[in-house]
Design a binder for this molecule. Structure first.
Ligand code: PLP
Length: 370
C-alpha cells in the first residue's frame, strides 16, 4: 500500500522557464530581476509597501525583530504554541520572550491573555497565524496602538489567509513568511519580511546583506547577516506567486472536503473558520478529544500502518529543554498549548492531494478511531 505523504509541493511550468533564464543569463546569486519582482509581487499581494526576500522564515523573523533595535530586558509577547524560530528571534535580539496560551478553537494566541502580559518593558506583540488560520488581529492592533507597541506577524503558515479582508502578514508593522517546500508558495528554502515603514525596510535590507555601508564598500559600522535569497530561488518564487489563487483554492477545497467527511466524529476536533477569518488550511490539523482512547503519538502510529503520513503539532516553548536550561519560563503552564502538543497532529495536506487520497485518509481516520 502506497503511503499518502503529508505534503508535496506544486511546482508550475513557468518555474522552469524562469530558472532557465537565470542559468542562461548567469544571474544566479542574489542580484537579478526575479528578486525584485518576487518581492514586489508578494508585497503587493499582501497589501504592504515593502518586501525583503531572505534565505528562510527563521531569518525573516530574526531580521523583523532585529530591525526594532530592542534593548536588553525589552519584552516581546508571543504564543508558546509555535515554532522555535519565533522565540529564538527574540532571544537573539537580546530581548525577553513573554508567552501566552492559545485559543482552543483557532490554535492562535489567545488575545484575551495578551493585555495582562503587557508591562513597561513590552515593545512588541508577535501573533502567529497557525496552520492557515489567522490570529484575531483587530484586538491586537488596539492593544498595540494603546501601548505604543509594534506588531510582527508570523504568517509563515498562512499565505493568502485573511482577517477582516486583510491579508495575513499585511496587517501589522512587519509580516514574516517562510517559503520552505511545504508552504503554500515555496522557493525550496526561502522567506520574506514585509515592512510597512521605509525605515524598517531599509534597515532589514542592510542587515540581510552584512550591513555593507552604501558610502564605503567593505567598511562596517554594524554587524549584519548573510540572509540573502538567490535569483534562482526567486525565479521559482515568482512563478509560485503567479499561482497563489489556485494554491489557495486547492487548500480551501481540501479543508472543506476533510471537514465534511470528518465532522461527525466525536473523538476529534477539527479546524474552524472563526469570525471574519479566511482559513487557508495550510495543514489540516485534528485534535483528539477526551473520547479518544490514546494520544497523538499513538494515533500517528496507527494511521501510519494504514498508509497515512502525519506530523505532530508543536511542543510549546515553555516545555522546551533548551529554554528551561537557560532559566526561561520556569514553572509556567499553558494548558491549551499542552493539550494541543499531546493531542494534535495534521493529516496529509499537500497541494496535489487528490480526492481519492483524501477519501482514503478519512476512511483510515474513521477506522483507527472506531
Ligand atoms: C509559524 C512558522 N514560523 C516560522 C517558520 C520558519 O520557517 P523556515 O523553516 O523557513 O525557517 C516556520 C517553519 O515552518 C513556521 O511554521
Amino acid at each position: 500500500m502506497e503511503t499518502i505523504p503529508v505534503n508535496q509541493p506544486l511546482l508550475n511550468p513557468s518555474a522552469l522557464r524562469y530558472v532557465e533564464e537565470c542559468i542562461r543569463s548567469g544571474w544566479i546569486s542574489s542580484e537579478g530581476r526575479f528578486i525584485q519582482e518576487f518581492e514586489a509581487k508578494w508585497a503587493d499581494y499582501c497589501g504592504m509597501p515593502h518586501g525583503i526576500a531572505v534565505s528562510n522564515g527563521t531569518a525573516a523573523l530574526e531580521l523583523a525583530v532585529g530591525c526594532l533595535g530592542l534593548q536588553p530586558g525589552d519584552e516581546v509577547i508571543l504564543p508558546t504554541f509555535t515554532i522555535i524560530s519565533c522565540a529564538m528571534a527574540v532571544i537573539r535580539a537580546g530581548a525577553v520572550p513573554v508567552l501566552v496560551d492559545s485559543d482552543p478553537r483557532t490554535w492562535c494566541l489567545n488575545v484575551d491573555e495578551v493585555g495582562a502580559k503587557i508591562t513597561s518593558r513590552t515593545r512588541s506583540i508577535m501573533p502567529v497565524h497557525m496552520y492557515g488560520h489567522p490570529a484575531d488581529m483587530d484586538p491586537i492592533l488596539v492593544l498595540a496602538r494603546n501601548n505604543d507597541l509594534s506588531v510582527i506577524e508570523d504568517a509563515a503558515e498562512a499565505h493568502g489567509a485573511e482577517c477582516g479582508g486583510r491579508k495575513a502578514g499585511g496587517i501589522g508593522d512587519l509580516g514574516c513568511f517562510s517559503f520552505y517546500a511545504n508552504k503554500i508558495i515555496t522557493t525550496g528554502e526561502g522567506g520574506m519580511v514585509l515592512a510597512r515603514s521605509a525605515d524598517h525596510a531599509e534597515r532589514i535590507r542592510s542587515m540581510r546583506n552584512l550591513c555593507f555601508r552604501k558610502d564605503r564598500r567593505f567598511y562596517h559600522t554594524e554587524m549584519g547577516h548573510n540572509y540573502r535569497l538567490t535569483n534562482l530561488q526567486a525565479a521559482v518564487g515568482l512563478s509560485q506567486v503567479e499561482a497563489i489563487d489556485e494554491h489557495v483554492r486547492r487548500k480551501r477545497w481540501m479543508g472543506k472536503a476533510y471537514t465534511e467527511r470528518l465532522r461527525d466524529l466525536s473523538q476529534i476536533e477539527l479546524p474552524v473558520e472563526e469570525g471574519s477569518a479566511k482559513n487557508v488550511y495550510w495543514m489540516y490539523g485534528v485534535v483528539l478529544t477526551d473520547e479518544a482512547a490514546y494520544d497523538a503519538t499513538e494515533f500517528a502510529v496507527r494511521l501510519r500502518k494504514e498508509g497515512v503520513d502525519t506530523r505532530p503539532f508543536f511542543t510549546g516553548m515553555h516545555e522546551q529543554p533548551v529554554f528551561q536550561s537557560r532559566g526561561l519560563f520556569g514553572g509556567e503552564s499553558y494548558p491549551v498549548a499542552e493539550r494541543l502538543a499531546r493531542r494534535g497532529l495534521y493529516l496529509p495536506s499537500g497541494l496535489g492531494l487528490t480526492e481519492a487520497q483524501l477519501e482514503r485518509v478519512c476512511a483510515a481516520v474513521r477506522m483507527v478511531l472506531s
